[in-house]
Write a protein that binds this ligand. Structure first.
Ligand SMILES: Nc1nc2c(ncn2[C@@H]2O[C@H](COP(=O)(O)OP(=O)(O)OP(=O)(O)O)[C@@H](O)[C@H]2O)c(=O)[nH]1
Length: 363
């Protein structure tokens, strides 16, 4: 049972018919593309225009991640333009404006529009979801935790020289997948975790993979899924062989890694960054086959028949155009997002914002 109440967990919860743009970054990225289109067509006006937005912020975020590349270029020209405008104004009023004020504003602007990548960690209790989350966020291993705490955390990362706000939902299902909508409609990528010393936790993964495969099929979007065998440090108690892990991953067409939350930080970081890369790849593929700004129909999730995940790198298919069946993304606002400064944040990393965990003892 999930401790915090989320919309997906409430059977009476019904999605509103329509939602508007929830993501200012997307709004801006969309505007950028419009502006680009208009410019390429020889028109000078720049604006958002009447852009039909799709039903899914997840979908939008995918597009936005790719569009962010274009956005960065525009940001640079905007920065120059702002600087020029500020210089013009300061000479008009005879009062020089500090360059810092401009660069701070640009920095704030940059942070507000950094692309997001939402990753949901799934798995039976005790598989190490919280430990992996904490390791990724703080480089530390925890041994005490609140097993009922379900929260979402964020860390600004740089993956392949491109900044990204990685948001991690550390789920807290008691015994298998329950009320899955809260993460299905939120995440861009999923990590399904088992403990290599616990056969039952491995069997539990299949339940999650079944849910994900149905979601992927119904949403017609190939969300990346990573199967992770955790607790590699206690190899001597291993109950699940690497071959078994690999075989399950192959069956469901997902990625596979073995890690340890209490060993190398780099290995844990690598799998999170890999998830970001996969999300970017999917976004690129999706954009290449799907016209921008077309709404997709989304079928509601049915948790019945099991279907394997589609093979990786298959091309996403187009949804037919129709009166959109808008669904509001179950908000993660119910989960607490706590932003603090940590030692990692104060290190030499360029982007120091780190949202840290509540309810954990960190040693
Ligand atoms: N040896 C070892 N222990 C680990 C590792 N990861 C987690 N643990 C321990 O396994 C136990 C469960 O870890 P959690 O991170 O709380 O597991 P969880 O999947 O979040 O479990 P719930 O919070 O109950 O959903 C804790 O005692 C951790 O200290 C690991 O890589 N190696």
């Amino acid at each position: 049972m999930v401790k915090r109440k989320v919309p997906g967990g409430n059977p009476a919860w019904k999605p509103p018919e329509k939602h508007t743009v929830m993501n200012p970054m997307l709004e801006r990225a969309t505007g950028v593309v419009n502006a680009k289109t208009e410019l390429s067509e020889g028109r000078l006006s720049v604006g958002l225009g009447a852009v039909p937005f799709g039903p899914s912020s997840v979908q939008e975020n995918f597009e936005a991640m790719t569009l962010a590349l274009i956005s960065d270029l525009i940001s640079m020209s905007e920065a120059t333009e702002n600087l020029n405008r500020a210089q013009t104004m300061s000479s008009m009023f005879g009062r020089p404006r500090g360059a810092n004020a401009i660069s701070n504003a640009n920095e704030r602007n940059h942070h507000a529009h950094i692309p997001e990548c939402n990753i949901a960690l799934l798995g039976l209790r005790g598989s190490g979801k919280s430990a992996l989350t904490v390791k990724f966020l703080t480089k530390r291993f925890i041994s005490e935790y609140d097993p009922n705490l379900e929260d979402t955390y964020a860390s600004e990362e740089v993956v392949d020289h491109i900044p990204v706000m990685v948001k991690v939902m550390d789920t807290a299902d008691q015994d298998g997948p329950v009320a899955c909508e809260r993460y299905l409609y939120w995440a861009h990528a999923f990590m399904v975790i088992y403990s290599i010393d616990n056969k039952r936790s491995f069997e539990g993964c299949q339940l999650y993979l079944d849910v994900l495969s149905r979601h992927i099929k119904e949403s017609r979007h190939d969300y990346p899924v990573l199967l992770l065998g955790n607790k590699l440090d206690i190899e001597r108690y291993r109950q699940v062989s690497k071959t078994e892990g690999l075989s399950l991953a192959t069956t469901y067409g997902c990625f596979f890694h073995e890690v340890s939350a209490c060993q190398d930080f780099e290995a844990v970081q690598m799998v999170f960054h890999e998830a970001v890369r996969q999300v970017r790849r999917e976004a690129e593929q999706h954009l290449s086959v799907r016209p921008l700004f077309i709404t997709e129909e989304k079928a509601p999730i049915r948790l019945s028949a099991a279907t394997p995940l589609p093979a990786k790198h298959s091309l996403a298919t187009l949804a037919p155009l129709s009166a959109a069946n808008y669904r509001e993304i179950p908000s993660v606002a119910q989960a607490k997002l706590v932003t603090v400064k940590s030692s990692r944040a104060q290190s030499k990393r360029k982007a120091p914002t780190l949202t840290l965990l509540k309810g954990f003892k960190i040693f």
